[in-house]
Design a binder for this molecule. Structure first.
Ligand code: COI
Length: 356
């Protein structure tokens, strides 16, 4: 059904608010473009997708996602090159991760090529909202939630899929300070840590707030069983450079979100001949490397966060200082390369940028 109706019905706004945007002040996630895509699921199938003017959604108080958490999302970015070409960074990877999230959360999947095409069309209609400024992008937020008006606990039979976009600047405007969390848990084996589901973020808020009260931007989650191994940070995956080798927790587990930016970092680094190890990374190893001076760089990698250098890591009662961020040669080079790739300044040899 959906494959036949990939044509999207479009109703354009007659009241664009693009003229109200302060392009020099774009806090992350507060400014929304003119349109959004909506598509409903019922009777076992997806229905005609529509692009409509950006507006509130009206929900029944018993909407099941609100009560039982069948809610998943994605994040990706579109950029405009100097010549005006618009591209989206690796949407096929998000389409695949979205499908995995659907499956884990008992939600109907969307064929990956359809997901990507719907994202492309949503960006196309608001491509004039893509900021023309270095470090700025159009952030794309597809999400799906259960809409049954029913209080029984079972997978919903109806869903809404929505995509909206926001012109954004950097998520972090300064190097980040993170704290290694050894009590609270983000995910455990057999849980939903690999899914990009809303509850993972909700559950992290309280521990993150405790960390923020101590002056940290984010936590570094450790494994739920022993709190011995590093997993990811609250808003991004985490990467270390020790003795010239890129070391990052392996995604070969169901407790870590598969990161598109992190995967790109790994693929770029390998293509440049930089050694990469994806494996279990112990807290002990990270702490020792900082203390003995072999830790050269540490950074977060995420769509919103991009490459976010880490300045300090809190561990128990200690604050461990990383080398000054201006000595982060490898991560800076990778970040610049990624920025240039998205801005069309270097050839897309990996074939990662989908032209809109
Ligand atoms: C993203 O990077 O796209 C995310 O979903 C993380 C969130 C903190 C904005």
């Amino acid at each position: 059904m959906l494959q036949d109706t990939i044509s999207v019905k479009i109703t354009k706004t007659t009241n664009s608010h693009i003229g109200d945007v302060d392009w020099d002040n774009l806090p992350f996630g507060r400014v929304f473009s003119d349109h959004m895509l909506v598509m409903d699921y019922s009777d076992g199938e997806w229905h005609q997708p529509e692009i409509i003017p950006f507006a509130n959604l009206s929900l029944h108080p018993a909407t099941s996602a609100i009560h039982y958490g069948q809610s998943i999302f994605e994040g990706m970015k579109a950029n405009k090159a100097e010549n005006g070409d618009v591209s989206i960074f690796r949407p096929a990877m998000n389409a695949n991760r979205f499908k995995e999230s659907c499956e884990r959360m008992c939600m109907p999947t969307i064929p990956e090529d359809v997901f990507t095409e719907l994202v492309r069309k949503t960006v196309e209609i608001d491509s004039n909202w893509i900021p023309n400024k270095e470090g700025y992008s159009l952030y794309i937020r597809p999400f799906m939630f259960a809409t049954d008006e029913f209080l029984g606990i079972r997978p919903s039979e109806t869903y809404k899929f929505v995509i909206f976009t926001c012109p954004v600047g950097a998520y972090y405007s300064e190097p980040v300070n993170v704290k290694i969390e050894e009590f609270y848990t983000r995910a455990s084996v057999g849980g939903v840590g690999r899914a990009k589901t809303a509850g993972n973020y909700g559950a992290g808020l309280y521990p993150a707030k405790l960390g923020q009260n101590q002056g940290f931007h984010q936590l570094v989650w450790t494994d739920g069983k022993e709190h011995k191994y590093i997993e990811e940070s609250g808003t991004m995956n985490i990467v270390f450079i020790i003795n010239g080798t890129i070391i990052t927790p392996s995604e070969d587990t169901d407790t870590i979100l598969r990161g598109v930016t992190k995967r790109s970092v790994i693929e770029i680094a390998k293509s440049w001949g930089i050694p990469v190890e994806e494996r279990k990374v112990s807290v002990e190893e990270v702490v020792a490397a900082i203390k003995n001076g072999t830790m050269q760089e540490a950074f977060g990698a995420g769509t919103a966060a991009t490459i976010a250098p880490i300045a300090k890591i809190g561990y128990r009662d200690e604050i461990l200082e990383l080398p000054p961020v201006d000595t982060f040669v490898i991560s800076t080079k990778i970040k610049n390369y990624l920025d240039d790739l998205k801005a069309g300044k270097v050839e897309d040899t990996f074939g990662w940028c989908l032209k809109v």
